[in-house]
Design a protein around this ligand. Structure first.
Ligand SMILES: NC(=O)c1ccc[n+]([C@@H]2O[C@H](COP(=O)([O-])OP(=O)(O)OC[C@H]3O[C@@H](n4cnc5c(N)ncnc54)[C@H](O)[C@@H]3O)[C@@H](O)[C@H]2O)c1
Ligand SMILES: [Zn+2]
Length: 455
């Protein structure tokens, strides 16, 4: 919430702070902070500040808006015996009870990524039918290349034809980050804000796109240029979707997990270091035959830590008003790189290349020892992530940082690791350091690029 600045220098002005109270069905202003709560039905958290000068009168409204959303890790989401997908977003026990007792059938509009629909379409349909849901499933090719306003509008046309009740019938999105982002934007536009539910089916969207509030589509050749900060009413996370995900996409998701590990959690880094390749082999599934219980434990520890560390950083800063964001590590240069080489690099791959370069910046700056830097690079290679890319040139790095400067209040804030699992935000990294780090990065990693750098 922004601070209210009252003008003190104008002696002829009259400032009044009003509380807002409801008596029966009418809201009224009451001067001052103190309100006799016994005489009113409700006191709003909102305030109105009135400033009257000789020249003009201004009312400043301060209205704290609260978002409540759930992130639930669950199992067997599409099992007909599990009602989470239909009822899991409801927190009020009384409302839940009423819903369960009601004879009114559920009505749901479901948008599914086309590839996901090919694999899980029958299960989704069977699930909805078993609960007597009146449904419409819209399967769409939600790829990065058509992450656009046009696709959002296609969804909105269909939603409008379907006539859902915006209060009780959330739109459900099932797919990767692209699908979840487009549907989230469409829902935030429909009737100004229609609740929606996210069901991530990729690792990246499981630990990242589902956890926060951001929605968006690409525009004017820029990633996520149009979007809103409207969280889903709930995100339901079921690891079993990951078993059909191609290996490269699991690596892609692990890049965002590694980001959180490097910024905040040494234990998570060590889990990735020690169990990364097993997690890739088992696709985060319960593979007791080969790996015993360790695969189950490592998979759930990794996702839980990735989600909780991410939530810690996102929840206090849902609208990203604070520009000092650790979650931006790996996201300074990667957006330009990703758009430049689209579709050859996945989001997490571009993020990893950015992080790999930044690790060299950290070593040059004295924040990481040579040994720590090498451990991080080895971990990235173990997770089968690219650590260098020929299109990530010094020119692109400089241009990305300059663009950042324009949009971040004149300072390039760089979240950087200062040890394994600890980070700080810097705004004074010199061009000399950036350049020296770049030379070293190319010298050391381009050599091995034939085998493990760049897809
Ligand atoms: N909103 C946010 O906070 C946030 C955070 C991170 C990333 N993102 C966005 O997410 C997008 C990347 O997401 P992504 O990596 O999930 O990509 P994606 O949505 O393109 O999905 C990747 C591919 O996997 C396929 N797929 C999805 N689930 C599958 C499954 N279970 N089995 C088999 N195939 C499956 C899809 O068809 C697609 O081809 C980017 O556009 C990025 O901007 C958003
Ligand atoms: Zn990201």
């Amino acid at each position: 919430m922004g601070k209210v600045h009252l003008r003190d220098n104008d002696t002829k002005e009259k400032k009044t702070e009003f509380s807002l109270v409801r008596v029966k069905d009418t809201w009224k202003r009451k001067p001052g902070k103190k309100v006799d709560k016994d005489k009113v039905d409700c006191v709003s958290a909102s305030k109105i500040y009135e400033i009257v000068t000789e020249k003009d009168t201004t009312w400043t409204v301060v209205s704290p808006i609260v978002f409540t959303y759930k992130v639930t890790e669950t199992r067997d989401l599409l099992d007909p015996n599990n009602d989470t997908l239909l009822l899991g977003h409801i927190s009020d026990p009384q409302q839940l009870e009423e819903m369960k007792k009601s004879n009114k059938p559920f009505k749901r509009f479901v948008v599914v990524d086309q590839e996901v629909y090919k694999i899980y379409g029958t299960k989704i349909t069977e699930y909805l039918e078993s609960h007597n849901v009146l449904y419409k499933i819209l399967a769409l090719p939600t790829t990065e290349e058509n992450k656009s306003m046009e696709v959002a509008l296609t969804i909105l046309e269909e939603v409008n034809n379907f006539c859902l009740d915006r209060r009780t019938e959330p739109i459900i999105a099932i797919g990767g980050g692209v699908c979840l982002d487009i549907v989230g934007l469409a829902a935030s536009l429909y009737r100004r804000r229609t609740p929606y539910i996210r069901v991530p089916t990729t690792l990246l969207s499981y630990i990242d796109a589902s956890v926060g509030a951001k929605t968006g589509v690409n525009f004017a050749n820029c990633k996520n240029k149009l979007g809103a900060y409207i969280p889903p009413t709930a995100a339901f996370l079921d690891l079993s979707f990951i078993q059909t995900l191609p290996r490269r996409h699991i690596c892609n998701g692990l890049a965002e997990v590694l980001k959180m590990a490097l910024m905040k959690h040494r234990g998570l880094f060590e889990l990735l270091e020690n169990h990364g390749s097993m997690l890739l082999d088992t696709k985060f599934q319960d593979d007791k035959s080969v790996y015993g219980r360790s695969s189950v434990q490592a998979a759930s520890q990794v996702t839980r830590l990735a989600i909780t560390t991410m939530l810690e950083e996102l929840a206090p800063n849902l609208w990203e008003d604070d520009l000092n964001r650790l979650v931006d590590f790996g996201h300074l240069i990667s957006p330009a790189l990703e758009m430049k080489v689209l579709p050859s690099l996945l989001h997490g791959e571009a993020v990893n290349i950015d992080m790999s370069y930044m690790v060299y910046v950290c070593q040059e700056s004295g924040f990481l020892t040579g040994e720590e830097k090498q451990r991080i690079i080895n971990c990235m290679v173990g997770l089968e992530l690219p650590v260098w890319h020929e299109e990530c040139t010094m020119e692109l790095i400089q241009k990305s940082l300059q663009d950042r400067l324009k949009h971040s209040g004149g300072l390039v804030r760089m979240p950087l690791p200062v040890g394994l699992g600890e980070a700080e935000i810097f705004n004074n990294i010199s061009y000399e350091i950036l350049h020296r780090a770049y030379e070293k990065w190319c010298d050391e990693l381009n050599v091995s690029s034939d085998s493990n750098c760049g897809p």
